[in-house]
Unconditional design. Structure first.
Length: 282
């Protein structure tokens, strides 16, 4: 199993980090987990084509996780997709796909007409995309691998119910290897369960505790996105072999080192600061 970090940043645009998107390769199978800003161009930079994506799993519906979803779908079709792509995500994911097709309806009809005139008819992209809403505990099982969604806490302490605001992390198992992708979350039972004994945990880590210097940042770390200290607690509690930190807020190199120091404290495994286009074999 191979993990490629396509985007390790946040909703705030920066040159260094694109928004959340990750490519997981299991043999010849290509799985995209989230499709934030820059996902398609990052795939191309690593030598991949969006036409090759077989499955897409969405953690939740913040724009920095789905903002490039339409491009992934349409670019793959434009590049010759002629086989299905399966999309899974929390309640509302299938509706998002339907709305994207409504947005691109004129583009779709233009291309279908163009290819008919040229004498090379192509399948309708709307027939190739299979979108399925799933619940926590569900996912997808295939030959030699499976993906399972787990409920995590991401802003629910603000007063949102899990029904109104479903948020997932994913546990991906292939052979004897396990990868956990936390999604956006604070330290909670859900992410600890998903991470239990994982070979690699890709963990969101927005701030170092050392940079939490006002109430807004405190609330953000307490109920929205894990701090480096929380990431450390998750990794220790779950006994993961290695942790890669992602969803990093813009900060100085010195503060990035502080993030790494806090996440490593008392943890026996390896901790790595994620960077865009980093490729990790598991």
């Amino acid at each position: 199993m191979r993990l490629s970090l396509l985007g390790t940043g946040t909703p705030r645009p920066t040159v260094r980090r694109q928004c959340t998107a990750n490519l997981v390769q299991i043999g010849a199978v290509n799985i995209l987990v989230d499709a934030g800003r820059g996902a398609v161009t990052q795939l191309v930079k690593l030598g991949h084509d969006p036409v090759d994506i077989d499955y897409i799993f969405i953690t939740h519906h913040h724009f920095d996780h789905i903002g490039n979803l339409g491009d992934v779908i349409m670019a793959g079709w434009n590049n010759g997709r002629d086989r299905p792509v399966q999309i899974f995500g929390p309640d509302g994911t299938a509706d998002i796909i339907a709305h994207l097709f409504a947005i691109y309806s004129r583009d779709i009809e233009f291309r279908l007409l163009e290819e008919r005139v040229l004498g090379t008819p192509i399948p309708d992209i709307r027939d190739l995309v299979q979108a399925t809403d799933i619940a926590a505990g569900e996912g997808h099982v295939s030959d030699g691998w499976r993906v399972v969604a787990g409920q995590v806490e991401h802003g629910h302490g603000l007063g949102l119910s899990h029904q109104a605001w479903p948020c997932f992390g994913y546990r991906i198992e292939a052979g004897d290897k396990t990868l956990t992708i936390s999604g956006d979350t604070i330290d909670c039972d859900g992410v600890r369960e998903l991470s239990m004994g994982a070979d690699l945990l890709l963990q969101c880590c927005y701030l170092a505790e050392a940079e939490i210097d006002n109430n807004d940042k405190r609330v953000l770390s307490d109920v929205v996105l894990a701090s480096a200290k929380q990431a450390n607690q998750i990794a220790n509690a779950a006994g993961v072999g290695k942790m890669v930190l992602t969803h990093l807020a813009p900060k100085s190199e010195a503060m990035l080192q502080t993030v790494l120091d806090e996440a490593r404290r008392g943890f026996s495994g390896e901790v790595v600061l994620g960077e865009d286009l980093m490729v990790i074999d598991i």
